[in-house]
Design a protein around this ligand. Sequence first.
Ligand SMILES: Nc1ncnc2c1ncn2[C@@H]1O[C@H](COP(=O)(O)OP(=O)(O)OP(=O)(O)O)[C@@H](O)[C@H]1O
Ligand SMILES: O=P(O)(O)OC[C@H]1O[C@H](OP(=O)(O)OP(=O)(O)O)[C@H](O)[C@@H]1O
Ligand SMILES: [Mg+2]
Length: 282
Amino acid sequence: MLRIAVPNKGSLSGPATDMLREAGYRQRRDTRELVLADADNGVEFFFLRPRDVAVYVGSGTVDVGITGRDLLLDSAADAVEHLPLGFATSTFRFAAPAGTVTEVEQIAGKRVASSYTTLVADHLGRLGVEPSAIVHLDGAVESSVRLGVADVIADVVETGTTLRAAGLEVFGEPILRSEAVLIRRSGDSEPEGLDVLTRRLQGVITAREYVLLDYDVPIELVDKAVAVTPGFESPTVSPLHNGESAAVRAMVRRSETNRVMDALYEIGARGILVTSIHACRL
Ligand SMILES: Nc1ncnc2c1ncn2[C@@H]1O[C@H](COP(=O)(O)OP(=O)(O)OP(=O)(O)O)[C@@H](O)[C@H]1O
Ligand SMILES: O=P(O)(O)OC[C@H]1O[C@H](OP(=O)(O)OP(=O)(O)O)[C@H](O)[C@@H]1O
Ligand SMILES: [Mg+2]
């Protein structure tokens, strides 16, 4: 059985469970359940603290796990990214009270607070910037400057709302762009069953990212329309009974749906329909 670690709490937990359920796996009903066997699919889930997922995967006690790229790097565990999952996207950034620090080099001699101290130390080490201290905090890092334990913070930023509320501003380039990732142990050959899990998760990711677009277009305009909707390999083009038009079906990025529909309409396509993809294997 493939042993899969899943975050039991925090930002990653709900979306990770949703994705696994969409991929056809059993998921727990009660958040106090810590182990769940899904014998029909040949997998076993272990619900662990998000920070611990990489530690278990790195030690080989579970085969794969879902965690954040930032947590993986901070753990320094013997594990590698296997598949980016496209949710819990965030950046990891330095921030300080508005106008006090504007460049990463100015962190030299200052105190930096973070929940990701290994990640911060590695990053500053690579840049050759020496802070006076790197202060480890469990959370609510944005309050540390006001409360006087640090001059600068390094933390997860998504909308920036938390930073603004604390009177802080980001500075320097993002340290990292993070998202949820499926990880496995470094160097090991792929555990049995990982290929199926990977294909299933890729199917969910594609079904979320793409829609199916159907439209009718006069035959002489097919080439022009197809250039706008090239699909994955090549779109399906079927003749209509009237002999003058064709029906075209292609996958299109969900985020581009309306732009593509406008362009197709402009070319002369009509009856443009958008359908969500429930599941897929490419
Ligand atoms: N606001 C957010 N938006 C997107 N991703 C986030 C956000 N907050 C945390 N994350 C991501 O969640 C992971 C951190 O897991 P963690 O369990 O610490 O989440 P959390 O939401 O901070 O949980 P908690 O605060 O309950 O401990 C990291 O990969 C981080 O990038
Ligand atoms: O840019 P934003 O959209 O405001 O999101 C970023 C905030 O979300 C997370 O905090 P969380 O709520 O998990 O609290 P924590 O600091 O206690 O972990 C993260 O640590 C940031 O503080
Ligand atoms: Mg948090």
